[in-house]
Ligand binder design. Structure first.
Ligand SMILES: Cc1ncc(COP(=O)(O)O)c(C=O)c1O
Length: 434
C-alpha cells in the first residue's frame, strides 16, 4: 500500500502532456530530456506533486540541491523576508550583511586552522573556474590536474576538466589548455601501489608547472566513487611536496550529504580551496569558494566577481540551510539515512546478481549495476530501464557513472524513514524486473 506515492493518472498526465508539447516547440532542444515526464506543481520535503495531482517521491533532490528538501518553511520565509527588503545591489556597489554573515559561517565551519575567506558565485562551474583562476594567480603556474570520471561543469574550462566526452564536449572544442587527467584510485578500482600515482603524474606533466589538483572527495556524476583509502591524504602530501594547491570540488558532496558539513571532513585534511554549490542555498543559484586567506589576499580587487554573485536572497537562503542542518541535526540524519540505504542495498546485492557494487559515504550512497560481477561489464541499458520503471511507479531516481550504470541517492535529508522505505520498495521491484 502506497502511503506517499499517489498516481491519479498514468504518467505523464494530460496537463503535463500539454506543457510538453509547448516545450517541444519553444525550449531549446539540447535542454530537452528531463528525468520526470511530469511537470511539478509544488514540492515539499522529499515529495513532489505534479500539475495533474500525482504525488511522487523525489530521490534526486534537484540533482543534489535540496539537502533540506523542497520548500523548507524556514528557507522560504527567509527568501520572502529578504525579497521585501532588497533583491539586488551588487555587493561591490552597495554591500549587504547576509553575504558577510554567510562568509563568516562557511569559514568557521571549514576544516583546518589556517585563516580563510569566502568568495561567492552563481553556479558550481563558476566556483571551479574561479578556484582555478585563484590557484593559477597564486602559484603563477598554468597546469591543472583533474581525474578520470570527474565532473566539474559545462563552461569552456570546466567541460574541459570534466571527463566524459558525450554529451558534455560535443563538438564544443577547442578546449582549454593545460588540463591533465590522471587515474582516480577508488575503493572499487584501487591502485595496487598508491605510490605509482606519483610516477604517472611526473610522466604526464612537469610538476612545478602545476598550479593545483582539483578533486571531488567523492565523485558525483562519475558514479559516487569513493577514493581508495589513504589516497586523499597522499594527494595532500604530494601537492605540498611539489608546491601545488589542493582544491576540493564539493559541489555535489558538500553541505551535509556525507554526514559532515564539508565532505573533506571525512578525512583529516585541510585543502587550500574548497568549492561549494548545489545544496548551499537550497537550489537558489549560489556557489562559494573557501580559500586560505594567504592565497586570495594578494590578488587585486575586482579580479574575481560578477554582477549577480552572492545574491542577497540566495545568501539568506544559505544562512537558513546552515541553521537547519544544525538545529535539525541533519548531519546525524545523513548517517542514519546512509545506514538504511546501505543495509537495503546490500540485501539487494545478495538477491540480485545485477547489483555489482554498493558504495558511498553517509547519505551519498549508490549501487552499480553490472552484467557480470567478475568482469564488471556495465549494465547500462538495464540501469536506464530501472530508472524508467521507478519513474513510472512514482519514484524519481538519478543515474550516474561514466557508463551510466550507477543509481545514486541524492535524497533530501528531510526524507522520513517511511518515505525512504516506500521508494526503496519501488526500486527493488524495478531491479527485480530487469
Ligand atoms: C562535482 C560537481 N562539480 C561541478 C558541478 C557543476 O555545477 P553547476 O551545474 O552548478 O555549474 C557539478 C554539477 O553537477 C558537480 O556535481
Amino acid at each position: 500500500m502506497s502511503k506517499f506515492i499517489s498516481l491519479k493518472t498514468s504518467l505523464p498526465g494530460t496537463k503535463s502532456q500539454e506543457i510538453a508539447k509547448k516545450r517541444e516547440k519553444y525550449v531549446a532542444k539540447p535542454m530537452s530530456g528531463s528525468l520526470s515526464p511530469c511537470y511539478i506543481a509544488y514540492g515539499e520535503g522529499a515529495l513532489v506533486t505534479d500539475v495533474d495531482g500525482n504525488q511522487l517521491i523525489d530521490l534526486t533532490g534537484g540533482w543534489g540541491c535540496l539537502a533540506v528538501g523542497h520548500t523548507h518553511k524556514k528557507v522560504v520565509a527567509a527568501i520572502k523576508d529578504q525579497a521585501e527588503k532588497y533583491l539586488h545591489t551588487d555587493f561591490t556597489a552597495v554591500p549587504y550583511e547576509p553575504l558577510v554573515e554567510l562568509a563568516e559561517k562557511l569559514v568557521k565551519l571549514a576544516p583546518g586552522s589556517t585563516p580563510k575567506s569566502a568568495a561567492f558565485f552563481n553556479s558550481g562551474a563558476e566556483a571551479i573556474e574561479n578556484a582555478v583562476k585563484i590557484a593559477r594567480a597564486h602559484t603563477k603556474r598554468p597546469a591543472i590536474i583533474v581525474f578520470e570520471n570527474a565532473f566539474h561543469g559545462r563552461t569552456l574550462l570546466t567541460m574541459t576538466m570534466t571527463h566524459k566526452a558525450m554529451p558534455y564536449k560535443y563538438h564544443f572544442g577547442p578546449f582549454a589548455p593545460e588540463i591533465y587527467r590522471l587515474p582516480f584510485p577508488s575503493s572499487s578500482h584501487p591502485m595496487a601501489d598508491i605510490e605509482d600515482f606519483e610516477k604517472i603524474l611526473v610522466n604526464t606533466v612537469i610538476p612545478d608547472s602545476v598550479a593545483a589538483i582539483v578533486v571531488e572527495p567523492i565523485q558525483g556524476e562519475g558514479g559516487f566513487n569513493v577514493p581508495q583509502e589513504g589516497f586523499l591524504e597522499y594527494l595532500r602530501e604530494l601537492t605540498e611536496k611539489y608546491g601545488m594547491l589542493l582544491i576540493t570540488d564539493e559541489i555535489q558532496s558538500g553541505i551535509g550529504r556525507t554526514g559532515k558539513f564539508y565532505a573533506i571532513e571525512n578525512w583529516n585534511i585541510e585543502p587550500d580551496l574548497i568549492c561549494l554549490g548545489k545544496s548551499l542555498a537550497s537550489g537558489l543559484p549560489l556557489s562559494a569558494v573557501i580559500t586560505k586567506k594567504e592565497i586570495t589576499d594578494t590578488l587585486p580587487g575586482g579580479c574575481i566577481g560578477g554582477t549577480y554573485v552572492g545574491n542577497p536572497l540566495a545568501c539568506r537562503a544559505a544562512l537558513e540551510v546552515i541553521k537547519i542542518i544544525e538545529e535539525e541535526q541533519l548531519l546525524e540524519r545523513a548517517l542514519k539515512i546512509g545506514e538504511r540505504l546501505k543495509e537495503r542495498f546490500l540485501k539487494m546485492k545478495d538477491r540480485y546478481s545485477i547489483v555489482g557494487d554498493v558504495r558511498g559515504i553517509g547519505a551519498m550512497m549508490a549501487i552499480e549495476l553490472v552484467k557480470d560481477r567478475k568482469t564488471k561489464e556495465p549494465a547500462t541499458q538495464e540501469t536506464a530501464q530501472v530508472i524508467q520503471e521507478c519513474v513510472k511507479n512514482g519514484v524519481l531516481i538519478a543515474g550516474a557513472g561514466i557508463n551510466k550504470n550507477v543509481l545514486r541517492m541524492l535524497v533530501s535529508l528531510e526524507i522520513t524513514d517511511e518515505q525512504l522505505d516506500e521508494a526503496l520498495e519501488v526500486l527493488e521491484k524495478a531491479i527485480a524486473k530487469v
